[in-house]
Design a protein around this ligand. Structure first.
Ligand code: HEC
Ligand code: HEC
Ligand code: HEC
Ligand code: HEC
Ligand code: HEC
Ligand code: HEC
Length: 400
């Protein structure tokens, strides 16, 4: 039964990966076959969330005439990663940054040539050269497929979760019926003469029923695939994927403190002071941000990931020191319109990773105090030092 459970969970994840794998493959394939300029238009779709060409300021400045304002080399560097330039103290970069309420422009993963193409597209006023067909219908098509698949994934997970529970309760009920029939026959009707048959049936039923009860009970506080409705329709897909906003822009304490934290209304206002409408929900949901801001009341988000109080978990330790990716524990959040809890957050889940995941042994000076391990690591006797090796499965590390 327990093994069944694990296999079952893995196949869930596996199907999720399969679906998202197909999705990426589809997007990759569909990006071939565009003409050069249509590709520029497609690349500009991302920028459109924050910039217009000649229609005024959105989150970032109006891009009309940028190529006259700056030289090409500067623009390429800035568009690819403006924050690097701001942090290096580039005068013009710091100036635009300050003029725009210090909203960082997300990193744009474009090659030099792709940026040049986008700049040409901007210079042409957002129009394609003669004879080129527009890619916008394809792009819209892209978007809807994307949406369908994501919704399919969520539905799939929900469906399999229901299936799992249903199977479990069928087995449970059938076993109880078997038990009662055997008992009834043994004591009252006595159709079957060999008593050992009754005993075997009753004993197996009791053992399996016991195990089901145990598994269910130990999972009581747990809520894998928990997906509560939130007070505002906040979509990670819109923000982290379509607009490429970095997780740590909003969850800004994830690499510094124990809690990743949920952003306050002020963080939303950095952008939504300008962005007043969404494509899916119009002004309905964004108006709730203004209401919260004006009334000085926080938005009451429902927490999705919950550990019991007796467990100590620290984000900075994992994200900053351990250099883990958010997705290793939270799944592909950027594909979700609504957050769903992916791991079961059981003790076994923590320990499983600690047994296999390596620590940053070569680069983290802290580990030099583990002199014996360090020697073995240096002379190649131990190519990987896992979290378990440094004591990551000691009870007191995780329990108060
Ligand atoms: C999530 C919002 C966002 C997205 C998406 C975005 N930008 Fe920006 N952009 C900004 C902000 C905010 C600034 C202001 C400067 C800063 O952040 O340092 C800016 C500044 C700029 C500037 C400097 C403009 C000036 O007049 O000084 C250029 C050029 C630019 N962006 C181009 C692009 C291009 C091209 C894309 C798409 C590949 C893009 N941006 C995507 C938010 C965004
Ligand atoms: C090693 C696994 C792991 C990694 C890596 C991880 N998280 Fe978490 N995260 C958790 C667990 C476990 C909780 C539940 C914590 C609790 O209830 O105390 C959680 C909770 C959260 C919460 C809810 C608020 C809070 O702090 O409790 C947010 C938001 C969050 N994580 C975001 C992130 C982001 C963003 C990243 C990447 C920068 C990240 N997490 C990386 C395991 C992880
Ligand atoms: C860095 C900029 C940025 C930040 C910060 C930000 N948003 Fe957004 N948000 C956007 C952009 C860009 C859009 C897309 C508008 C569109 O659909 O064209 C958007 C769209 C939305 C939408 C409408 C989605 C739709 O498609 O209908 C909602 C609701 C929303 N945001 C809520 C929030 C909340 C709540 C916060 C704070 C926790 C927040 N946003 C923080 C940039 C931001
Ligand atoms: C524009 C701001 C914004 C960005 C960018 C963002 N998040 Fe969030 N995140 C939120 C808000 C607001 C919530 C609370 C509402 C909800 O659960 O959907 C949240 C909730 C979460 C939660 C669930 C926390 C809990 O237990 O309640 C996780 C996990 C999470 N985010 C991870 C990520 C990861 C990973 C990324 C990057 C891929 C990311 N977030 C990017 C604003 C953001
Ligand atoms: C995806 C892998 C992964 C998961 C899941 C994970 N951890 Fe970790 N954990 C790590 C890594 C890697 C480190 C080592 C970071 C470092 O170098 O200090 C670590 C370190 C720790 C440490 C410090 C250990 C020490 O010896 O100093 C604690 C405590 C901890 N984790 C608790 C937890 C808890 C509690 C959970 C489950 C809720 C959990 N971890 C889940 C990868 C993981
Ligand atoms: C890597 C982190 C980690 C380590 C090491 C760890 N635990 Fe846990 N433990 C957890 C988490 C997370 C939970 C919560 C599980 C849940 O809610 O089902 C937990 C739950 C428990 C529970 C409550 C029973 C239950 O299933 O809810 C007990 C008892 C316990 N641990 C004992 C221990 C003992 C004894 C050790 C040392 C041999 C230990 N733990 C080591 C993370 C850890």
């Amino acid at each position: 039964m327990i093994i069944n459970n694990i296999v079952h969970n893995n196949s869930l994840l596996f199907k999720g990966f399969l679906v998202s794998g197909f999705l990426s493959l589809f997007m990759l394939l569909s990006s071939f076959g565009y003409t050069q300029t249509a590709e520029d238009e497609k690349n500009f779709q991302v920028c459109k969330a924050c910039h217009t060409i000649g229609d005024g300021k959105l989150v970032g400045p109006d891009l009309k005439g940028v190529s006259e304002k700056y030289d090409e080399a500067w623009l390429i560097k800035f568009i690819q990663n403006s924050q690097v330039m701001v942090q290096a103290g580039d005068e013009r970069a710091v100036k635009v940054f300050n003029e725009n309420n210090k909203i960082p422009m997300p990193v744009n993963a474009l090659t030099d040539d792709q940026v040049k193409g986008v700049l040409l597209y901007i210079s042409a006023g957002g129009k394609l050269a003669d004879g080129e067909t527009t890619a916008s219908t394809d792009t819209e098509h892209d978007g809807s497929v994307d949406l369908e698949v994501a919704e399919e994934t969520t539905q799939l997970i929900a469906e399999m979760k229901r299936d799992g529970q249903r199977n479990m309760s069928y087995v449970f009920i059938i076993l109880i019926i078997l038990f009662v029939i055997s008992l009834f026959d043994l004591v009252v009707v006595k159709v079957v003469k060999a008593k050992w048959i009754h005993y075997i049936i009753m004993l197996t039923s009791v053992i399996i029923i016991g195990e089901i009860v145990f598994v269910e009970a130990s999972g009581l506080g747990r809520q894998q695939y928990y997906q509560p409705d939130q007070p505002v329709w906040f979509s990670h897909k819109v923000h982290a994927d379509q607009n490429q906003i970095d997780c740590k822009y909003c969850h800004f304490t994830a690499d510094k403190s124990m809690h990743a934290g949920i952003p306050p209304v002020e963080t939303c206002m950095n952008c939504h002071a300008q962005v007043k409408q969404g494509k899916k929900t119009g002004t309905k949901e964004i108006d709730k941000i203004y209401a919260a801001f004006e009334n000085n009341e926080p938005i009451e988000w429902v927490k999705v990931y919950n550990l019991p109080d007796h467990v100590y978990f620290n984000h900075a330790q994992h994200v900053n020191v351990g250099k883990l990716d958010c997705a290793q524990c939270h799944g592909e959040v950027e594909k979700m319109d609504q957050i769903i809890q992916i791991p079961d957050l059981s003790m076994g889940w923590c320990i499983e990773c600690h047994r296999t995941e390596s620590v940053q042994f070569a680069t983290n000076k802290f580990y030099e105090q583990y002199t014996k391990l360090h020697e073995k690591f240096k002379n190649g006797e131990m190519p990987n030092v896992t979290v378990q090796n440094i004591g990551g499965d000691e009870c007191a590390k995780c329990h108060y």
